[in-house]
Design a binder for this molecule. Structure first.
Ligand SMILES: [Zn+2]
Length: 48
């Protein structure tokens, strides 16, 4: 399962919540840099 972690508030959310935002952005604080976590792999995503 893929999930995301905000790099500012550290809260976790999933793809469904990201899809609602229509962009890469934390649904809690609006921060535009989140980490995508899949298993042990972490990938940093930045909104343009
Ligand atoms: Zn956040």
């Amino acid at each position: 399962m893929v999930k995301y972690v905000c790099l500012r508030c550290k809260r976790e959310f999933d793809e469904t919540q990201l899809a609602i935002m229509m962009t890469v952005r934390c649904p809690y604080c609006g921060y535009r840099v989140v980490a995508k976590v899949r298993g042990e792999e972490v990938k940093i995503l930045r909104a343009i």
